[in-house]
Write a protein of this length. Structure first.
Lengths: 464, 475, 91
């Protein structure tokens, strides 16, 4: 049963939501045992929520997400439920408030079943930087589930119950795990979903998004979580409802040729099969160019680490999070806590980011990257004047084995994001469509102009 | 004051009197239980985002207009990164590249002449939390106590050019700045104290920055101390480096601070959780039209309308806005505005200071006060008597009449006054002798004690005449 | 470069072992070198994009609202005394 049918049945009173939630939680525990996808399974609060919803339904309330199990990436604040962002420094942190997206989910009757594993603060492409457990690929446990929303990718694929995942992307953290795990993943336009309560990686790049087994479910969830929030000054003041329309007449899609360089053969094959499928819908597909491709990784990472290095400063042992005895001066104390609490990648990015914005280097790195970002955005806008959407493979490779990932240098890690950082930098929406290969899944990446999520989902609906 | 030229520049931090904080809806009233006006935003909890208070923006623009500053067409906020126990986020949201306003000025009094103090920039930022050190001395404390009620209070930072050359100019600047901000209605001096970073050096020494000095009295002490210290060191042939110091309130001295971050270490970035803010000329004009009367205009008006002297008008307006308001209120029911102005700016003010209170919090109201003034106008009481009554009125809040019934009337009966004077002469033989031997001062002495004896019911010049009369008779 | 990395790690309050310092210096050097490719692009007349699309004039009205209770504010730390948060010595 998919989410939409499930919700309908719950609203009709045909499902005992408390019993259902109990069995969902059991499933979660089993899946987690084998695939390490949850940092916290929110058993107590999920059952409380189920009872709440039962009450509301008995009062004849119609709930748009009635009883739907939803998993939440662990960087999104859930009141009363531990929220770690995948980091030891927040191992025991329990937020005293809900993120805006959580408030919306609760209001709509969803049930939060747990917090999914991720790379610490979003720093990674393979979820191997998670301080607690490393999610395993749902199709082969020796391979990565992708990152940073690895846990979300796993549970979305493995759930044997109706489920939609709320995840987050800064440079590709929804697209990568969606591609590696074989599910749909939508990264909405920057500002479409409120970031209030999202533990920041890089505030001008972070977006909350959705992962699910079908485009219809993504459409459902997107319409529930999007919309202006006055607590997030960057959120957009729009009231658009997105609708999948299987009308493709006159649509022209571009394939930037640079995106097909240096990709695995199996990725390439699956991509061209997908292109054929689209052509069968009477969609024109042609080659185009995105010459700034070469620079996207640098531009993205400079901005991301610059902002991230300031965002991680508040974690120092005061008021919440990992702490230590109050001995010594503040320099000693802060250093002890932060050294203990942050993983290696976090430390590396803090140092990189501090470097990129300090006096003497700020012009060359931080401000330069912001200017290059303008060039990149302009190029995308130019292309969208010609094309309804752009497509490429989502990742240049299929999910690698953990041993292979260990051999990568940090720079090689960053370069894995070559196909996802561009649209993330521009804040345009993107959808991963799962594609089959002979082995592990690959992904078709569909990019659209700002607020063209309906076009993306419509195109994606050709596949599922 | 100094054997060498003094050069001073100031960076003044002023807390704006909005109801809620700059980036969250917590109350700005921080004279409450510690940490009782806090939320996840001003506590810097993970995932929170700032939300900019419109009133802060408008009040800051008013200040910029009053300080004759220029405005950019758009402005934004930056993150200034540094670690300290009073920082909720270990970065401060402030303004770096494009301050809210710049290139303004204020006119101060410099030895009777007017002098322009240039204002380099004025920008908006947030206040950090309040620290209380576990032991009195910051360096021997085991830990620090932090109260986040203050975290997120809106500030404007006013940076002057190093245009000050004397302490007097600095004091005038502060008095005027306070008055301007109070007249604008954006600052409450009874709730918040202005803080400043004081940059001071004597010619020949390098600039010394003394950080975080609270209130004009401390600023005065800092300047005096630094000028003396630097002059002394230069006289001893020592070379003075540019450095940062802090003020030790208890000892009244400045001490060198460990080198903290310099501008290089702050790593400024655009605050990505906030947006751009337009400052259109329409907005500026709209605000200008709604600007209340500023001190300079008010002084002009006082001089013209109430015919009072410049110094008196100055005193009324700059010492305390509420006093000027009170004065204007009283002009409605009083004829002699000159006397009213004089009395208000001297005797009333002195009485208030003596009771360590301000007009706003005092027991004086305009009805009782104007009653007293009118009694003096009609001669019912002497000005000298009025001086005494106002002291009592400020102390007790009772109306002037109540003191009259206690026998505070002017003695017009000659017999009574003679009795007093004779008594004084009898009990002050030495003074009488001195006077008869030509010591005029002895006469003043006798006038004085006669006055006291009469409970100020007698007029001094009448006493003097009477004394002279009696004593000359007797000599 | 190594000196820079050392200084930055100190100001970011991260203690690196000598080994880590060397490793980071290598890694960060090559990363920064690759970032330098951005210099190939002419951005003289280009304005920076601090957000994907420009956002302006979002304000909050000056209204007081209830924040966190004392219990909620202090729930995540042991470092507290008489309704004050406790922090390390300020020098």
């Amino acid at each position: 049963m998919n989410s939409i049918e499930f919700i309908k049945k719950v609203n009709e009173g045909a499902i005992d939501i408390v019993k259902h939630t109990e069995s969902v939680l059991e499933s979660c525990k089993n899946i987690d045992k084998n695939y390490d996808c949850f940092i916290t399974i929110a058993e107590k609060s999920a059952l409380e929520q189920a009872k709440e919803i039962k009450k509301r339904l008995s009062k004849k309330e119609k709930l748009p997400l009635a009883g739907l199990p939803v998993s939440i990436k662990d960087c999104i604040s859930t009141k009363g439920i531990r929220t770690t962002a995948g980091s030891k420094i927040l191992e025991n942190y329990i937020p005293p408030y809900d993120a805006e997206v959580i408030l919306k989910l609760k209001k709509a009757g969803a049930i939060i079943i747990g917090k999914t594993a991720q790379d610490e603060f979003g720093f990674g492409t393979f979820s191997t930087n998670c301080a607690f457990k490393i999610p395993k690929n749902p199709l082969d446990r020796d391979h990565s589930a992708g990152g940073s929303s690895g846990g979300a990718g796993v549970i979305t694929k493995k759930a044997d119950f109706p489920h939609i995942a709320i995840a987050e992307s800064t440079g590709g953290s929804i697209s990568a795990p969606s591609s590696f795990c074989g599910v749909f993943g939508l990264t909405p336009s920057y500002g479409l979903v409120s970031r209030y309560g999202l533990i920041s990686y890089a505030d001008s790049l972070d977006k909350i998004g959705v992962m699910a087994k079908s485009t219809k479910e993504i459409e459902l969830m997107l319409n529930q979580i999007s919309g202006f929030d006055k607590k997030d000054a960057t959120s957009l003041q729009i009231k658009k409802k997105f609708k999948i329309k299987k009308e493709f007449k006159g649509m022209k899609i571009g394939i930037p040729k640079e995106c097909l360089k240096n990709i695995d053969k199996s990725v390439e094959n699956s991509f061209y099969s997908a292109v054929e499928k689209l052509k069968k819908q009477d969609i024109k597909v042609e080659e185009t160019s995105f010459p700034l491709s070469k620079y996207v990784v640098s531009a993205y990472y400079v901005i991301a680490v610059s902002e991230a290095s300031t965002n991680l400063a508040h974690l120092c042992g005061m008021r919440y999070g990992l702490s230590d005895k109050l001995e010594g001066g503040f320099n000693e104390f802060f250093s002890k806590v932060r050294t203990q609490g942050f993983g290696e990648e976090a430390k590396r990015r803090i140092i990189l980011g501090t470097y990129a914005r300090m006096a003497g280097y700020r012009e060359q790195y931080y401000l330069k990257a912001m200017k290059v970002r303008t060039l990149i955005i302009n190029d995308y806008l130019k292309l969208f004047k010609k094309y309804s959407a752009l497509i490429s493979p989502t990742m240049p490779v299929l999910s690698p084995r953990f041993e292979e990932i260990e051999k990568l240098t940090p720079l090689q890690n960053y370069q894995m994001d070559i196909l996802t950082v561009g649209p993330n930098l521009a804040g345009i929406p993107m959808l991963n469509v799962p594609l089959e290969t002979k082995t592990l899944p690959a992904g078709l990446h569909i990019l659209g102009n700002y607020l063209d999520e309906d076009k993306l989902l419509s195109l994606g609906s050709v596949f599922g | 004051m100094s054997e060498r030229k003094i050069i001073i520049g100031l960076e003044v931090h002023v807390q704006l009197n909005t109801k809620s904080k700059i980036f969250c809806s917590c109350s700005t009233d921080y004279n409450v239980e510690p940490n009782s006006h806090v939320c996840e935003i001003c506590l810097g909890m993970p995932g929170t985002k700032p939300s900019f208070n419109r009133e802060v923006f408008l009040k800051a623009i008013k200040a910029g207009i009053a300080l004759n500053c220029k405005f950019p067409s758009m402005t934004f906020f930056s993150r200034k990164s540094y670690f300290y126990p009073d920082m909720s986020k270990n970065f401060q949201i402030t303004q770096y590249e494009i301050p809210l306003s710049k290139d303004g000025f204020m006119i101060v009094n410099s030895n009777g002449k007017e002098k322009k103090i240039r204002i380099r920039r004025m920008h908006i930022e947030e206040d950090p939390a309040k620290l209380i050190h576990e032991s009195k001395d910051i360096s021997s404390s085991k830990y620090t106590l932090v109260d986040y009620n203050r975290a997120g209070i809106p500030l404007i930072e006013i940076v002057t050019e190093p245009d000050f050359n004397s302490l007097e100019e600095v004091k005038d600047f502060f008095g005027k700045l306070t008055s301007i901000l109070e007249h604008l209605g954006i600052y409450d001096s009874d709730k918040f104290v202005m803080k400043a970073d004081v940059n001071v050096n004597v010619e020949g020494a390098k600039r010394v920055e003394v950080k975080n000095v609270t209130g004009i009295k401390s600023i005065e002490r800092v300047i005096n101390f630094e000028v003396m210290r630097q002059n002394t060191m230069l006289n001893q042939g020592m070379i003075l480096e540019q450095e940062t110091r802090h003020f030790d309130e208890a000892g009244g001295t400045t001490k060198k601070l460990r080198t903290k971050e310099t501008e290089a270490g702050y790593g400024y970035i655009f605050e990505p959780n906030l947006v751009w803010y337009d400052i259109s000329s329409e907005l500026i004009n709209k605000i200008k039209k709604q600007m209340p009367e500023l001190p300079a205009e008010r002084i002009e008006k006082f001089i013209k309308k109430y015919k009072i002297e410049k110094e008196i008008a100055y005193s009324l307006v700059y010492v305390d806005k509420n006093l000027a308001d009170f004065f204007e209120e009283c002009t409605k029911s009083v004829k002699d505005t000159v006397f009213l102005a004089n009395f208000t700016s001297t005797d009333l003010l002195k009485s208030l200071n003596f009771e360590k209170t301000k007009i706003k919090n005092s027991k004086i109201n305009s009805k009782n006060y104007t009653e007293l003034i009118k009694m003096t106008e009609t001669g019912k009481i002497t000005p000298r008597l009025a001086k005494e009554i106002i002291k009592q009125m400020v102390k007790t809040g009772k109306p002037a009449k109540s003191f009259l019934s206690k026998g505070f009337k002017v003695i017009t009966s000659v017999k009574e006054s003679d009795k007093i004077i004779v008594k004084i002469i009898k009990s002050n033989k030495k003074a009488v002798e001195d006077y008869t031997h030509g010591n005029e001062k002895a006469l003043d002495f006798l006038v004085g004690i006669s006055l006291k004896e009469s409970n100020f019911k007698l007029k001094p010049d009448e006493i003097r005449e009477k004394l002279k009369e009696i004593l000359s008779k007797n000599s | 470069m190594k000196e820079d990395i050392k200084k930055i790690s100190e100001s970011s309050h991260l203690i690196l072992t000598e080994e880590q310092l060397d490793k980071f210096t290598n890694q960060i050097s090559s990363i920064l070198d690759s970032f330098k490719e951005l210099d190939e692009l002419d951005t003289k007349e280009i304005e920076p994009s601090f957000h994907p699309t420009i956002r302006k004039n979002i304000f909050r009205e000056d209204k007081v609202e209830k924040g966190l209770s004392i219990e909620e504010a202090f729930a995540n730390t042991e470092h507290k005394e008489n309704n004050f948060f406790k922090g390390p010595r300020a020098v």
